[in-house]
Design a protein. Sequence first.
Length: 304
Amino acid sequence: MPALVLIAAPAGAQPRLRAETLSAYEKKGYVLDRRLETAAWPELFEEALTPSLFAPRRIFEVDDGRSLGVLPDKYKKYVQRGDADVIFLIHSDKSLQKELGDVFETAFSVPYEAAPYWPNQRVGWLQRLARASGCTLDAAAAALLAEWIEDEEELRSEVDKLARAAPNKRITVQQVNSLSMDEGGKGVLNLLDAVAKADVAAAVKSLAVLREEGELIPALAAVHKRVRGAMFAARLGDAGAGAVHLTNFQTKTARAMAQAYGPELLSLWLGELIRLSWSERSGEGEGWEGLEKLLLAVMSCAAG
């Protein structure tokens, strides 16, 4: 009799959850019998209900759980809870509750916690990940990771890497800078600091480094994020920073930019960044030169 094990998570998280789940079942004596990209319920149950002399505890894996369709009523009586002799390990990007009906309650759903969307909420989430790895992650270091890395699985990987390397089980800003930031990443952070201070000379220097080491689209996205936060702060004060859930560091920077640039210039700047980003993605942009001209024009206006 088979048991159902469900991994419902975004595609990026599934390899990690799959590896953890298979490892746990292998320790219990299970063997991966077959891995199928797509499948149908009849063929799965036919194989599952056929005894095996060589691997009494088997796993049948289906990458696209939605390809199975609705579970026919005639097979529901065969599904059991817990560690059955056969496990159907089924992946999907969303819950299969509708397809499984009342059998869904019998299945084991592999726990998955999505990263919070808002930056200030990600700081606490990252600190919890670090504690689970036996480390303390400083709030400033967590804010830096949340600022620089968008992808959830990459964030998990970075925290795991930092936890293994951290002396005294404490992860600081200095360690994030030295271990997580490549030259392109450091260049973007230097550019953001120069933009926040309206420091034209530092911005030009950072752009020169980025031309050699960085990528344009991520740099544009990072500047857009800073300017957006500053525009909300300029228009609505601290309530604006709260509305877009900025971290403490981002809020401090947004206040400084709001004072340096003012709401009107920030609004125009934000619109131009959106236009520039769209042009680059559609293949009609000016590359680094377009970003450089925009930044220098805005900072010159702020300088008077």
